[in-house]
Design a protein around this ligand. Structure first.
Ligand code: AMP
Ligand code: ZN
Length: 490
C-alpha cells in the first residue's frame, strides 16, 4: 500500500500514471477521477438501516465500495482517504421491530449494528474510516433544517418542516427526471400541509412511544428527522460541503440522493454536493427479485452460519467472489451454482498459493489495478487471477506470487489464509496488555449503558472499532446475564 500522498491529482501505479475511470451517474459518462485534494480523498456511502440482518443484496454496495476504498487507499495512501458510511438508527422499521419484540429501540439498533459488522467483516470488507450514526447528529440536522428555512428553501407546517422542491433549480438532474415524471412515479404522500406533492419531509412529529427530540424552527412538540436530511448533515459535517464520491445502490438515486443534493446545495450555497455519484446495480436471487414473500430473502448471516442455502454454510470469500462476478453496474443473479463455482475457484487458488507470504497491504499486480481502474471492472480482475493461476500451474513462480498478492488485495482470502488471520487475531487476543485494556473499556461501556449514557457507550465502542475490535452483546447462556465479548477483526 502506498503510504505517501500522491504528489499530483493523477493516480499512479509504481510511478506510472494511471487513470481511475468511473461512471458518474450525474453526468452519465465515464470520467477520469481527480480528487479535490489528493491528501484528503473523501467518499460517502449510504449505510444500513439497523433493524434486522443485512440481506445479500445489501452486501453488494458494501463489497463494491470496499473495492473502491481499497483502490483509493492504494493510490493516495491509507492515511489520505476518508470513507464515511452512516448507520441509520432512527426509522419506522426499527420502531416496529422494537415494538414486536418488546425490546428497546437501542437494543435493536445495537444488536443489529454489531451483527452487521461481523457479517461484513466475514466478507473481508474493511471497516470504513468512520460510521456516523443518525442519533448522534440530531443537532447537526436541526441546524441544517433551520438554515434551509432561513434561506427560504423550506417551510414549517403542522409540526413538520418540509423542503420546497420548486425552490431548487435543477432538482431531478441526478435521476434525469422531470417533475411530472417524479410526481407520477414516486407514490409521494399527498398531505394537506404540503405546498406541493413533491415537497419532502425534513422533520416530523413523533407518535407516542417513538424516539423524539426537541424540534427546530420553534415547533413546540418534540419530533424526529426525516431520512434524507441525515445523510446531508453527516456528510457535510465529516466530509465538507463538497466532497469527491457519493455512493449507494441504484434504488437510492431517487428520491434519496436527489433530496440529499437539494438539501446540501441549498444549505451550503454550492452547485454540487459530490463530484462523482456511483450506483451499484440490483442483485436478484435465483433470477427473482429479493423478497420475503418469494422465500428467496437470504441474509448474509444465513449464508455464513446456517444451512438455508444448499443445506450448508458458505465461506465468506466465496460469497464475496460471487458478488464480484458481475460488473457492479450490471444486475447480478446470485445463485447457489454461482456460489459453488466461486468456492471451487477459491479452493483451487488456495492450493496454488499455499505457504506464499502476502497480505492485503501487498503491492497488487498491475493487471488487477488496471482492471479496477476501468470503472471497477471486477470480471476483468477475476480473469487476471485465472491467468495467474494458469501460469502458476505451468510452474511460473512469479505468477504464484501475483495470484497471492491479487487475491489478498481484492479481499479474496482463501480459507487457509483466513485461518492464518484468525491465528493472528487469537495471538493478539492472547496479548495480555491488549486484553486488559479492552476488558477495562468494556466495563466502562457497561457502566455507561447502565447509566443510560449512550453517547459515552458509543464513543467507547467506536474507539475499539477503530482498532478493529468488534464488540458482541449477548446473554451468558448459563447465568442469563448480559455480557459483552470481543473479537479482533483485522
Ligand atoms: P436499505 O437498508 O434498504 O436502505 O439498503 C442498504 C443498501 O443496500 C442501499 O445502498 C441499497 O441500495 C442496497 N440494496 C438493497 N437491496 C439491494 C439489492 N437487491 N441489490 C443491490 N443493492 C441493494
Ligand atoms: Zn444517504
Amino acid at each position: 500500500m502506498t503510504n505517501a500522498p500522491a504528489s499530483a491529482s493523477l493516480a499512479t501505479w509504481d510511478g506510472v500514471p494511471m487513470d481511475l475511470v468511473i461512471y458518474n451517474t450525474l453526468t452519465r459518462v465515464k470520467e477520469a477521477f481527480t480528487p479535490i485534494d489528493p491528501v484528503n480523498v473523501r467518499m460517502y456511502v449510504c449505510g444500513p438501516t439497523v433493524y434486522d440482518y443485512a440481506h445479500i443484496g445489501n452486501a453488494r454496495p458494501v463489497v463494491v465500495f470496499d473495492l473502491l476504498f481499497r483502490l483509493l487507499r492504494h493510490f493516495y495512501g491509507a492515511d489520505y482517504v476518508t470513507y464515511a458510511r452512516n448507520i441509520t438508527d432512527v426509522d419506522d422499521k426499527i420502531n416496529a421491530r422494537a415494538e414486536v419484540e418488546k425490546r428497546t429501540i437501542r437494543e435493536v439498533t445495537e444488536t443489529t449494528a454489531s451483527q452487521y459488522h461481523s457479517d461484513m467483516a466475514a466478507l473481508s470488507a474493511l471497516l470504513p474510516t468512520m460510521e456516523p450514526r443518525a442519533t448522534e447528529h440530531i443537532n447537526d440536522m436541526k441546524a441544517m433544517i433551520e438554515n434551509l428555512v432561513a434561506k427560504g428553501f423550506a417551510y414549517v407546517a403542522e409540526g413538520h418542516v418540509l423542503f420546497e422542491v420548486g425552490k431548487m433549480p435543477g432538482y431531478g438532474k441526478l435521476s434525469g427526471r422531470s417533475l411530472e415524471d417524479m410526481v407520477a412515479g414516486a407514490r409521494v404522500e399527498v398531505a394537506p400541509y404540503k405546498r406541493d406533492a413533491m415537497d419532502f419531509v425534513l422533520w416530523k412529529p413523533s407518535k407516542p412511544g417513538e424516539p423524539s427530540w426537541p424540534s427546530p424552527c420553534g415547533i413546540v412538540e418534540d419530533g424526529r428527522p426525516g431520512w434524507h436530511i441525515e445523510c446531508s448533515a453527516m456528510a457535510g459535517k465529516h466530509l465538507g460541503e463538497v466532497f469527491d464520491i457519493h455512493g449507494g445502490g441504484i434504488d437510492l438515486t431517487f428520491p434519496h440522493h436527489e433530496n440529499e443534493i437539494a438539501q446540501s446545495c441549498c444549505a451550503h450555497g454550492t452547485q454540487k454536493m459530490a463530484n462523482y455519484w456511483l450506483h451499484n446495480g440490483f442483485l436478484q436471487v435465483e433470477g427473482e427479485k429479493v423478497s420475503k414473500s418469494l422465500g428467496n430473502f437470504i441474509t448474509v448471516h444465513e449464508l455464513l452460519e446456517s444451512d438455508k442455502v444448499g443445506g450448508r454454510t458458505w465461506p465468506g470469500a466465496a460469497v464475496r467472489l460471487t458478488l464480484m462476478s458481475a460488473h457492479y453496474r450490471q444486475p447480478l443473479d446470485f445463485t447457489q451454482k454461482g456460489l459453488e463455482e466461486s468456492e471451487k475457484l477459491i479452493e483451487r487458488w488456495a492450493k496454488l498459493i499455499d505457504g506464499v507470504e502476502t497480505s492485503s497491504d501487498a503491492e497488487p499486480p498491475v493487471e488487477v489495478v488496471e482492471a479496477l481502474c476501468e470503472d471497477l471492472n471486477t470480471p476483468r480482475a477475476i480473469a487476471a487471477l485465472h491467468g495467474f493461476a494458469r501460469a502458476a500451474r505451468s510452474g511460473d513462480i512469479g505468477a504464484v506470487q501475483k495470484l497471492a498478492d491479487a487475491a489478498a488485495f481484492l479481499g479474496l482470502m482463501p480459507e487457509s489464509w483466513q485461518d492464518v488471520e484468525a491465528q493472528t487475531a487469537e495471538a493478539a487476543t492472547a496479548d495480555p496488555e491488549l486484553a486488559v485494556r479492552v476488558e477495562g473499556l468494556i466495563a466502562d461501556r457497561l457502566a455507561a449503558r447502565a447509566a443510560k449514557n449512550w453517547t459515552e457507550s458509543d464513543r467507547i465502542r467506536d474507539e475499539l472499532a477503530a482498532e478493529g475490535i468488534v464488540l458482541k452483546d449477548g446473554k451468558n447462556p448459563e447465568t442469563g446475564e448480559m455480557e459483552t465479548t470481543w473479537e479482533l477483526k483485522r
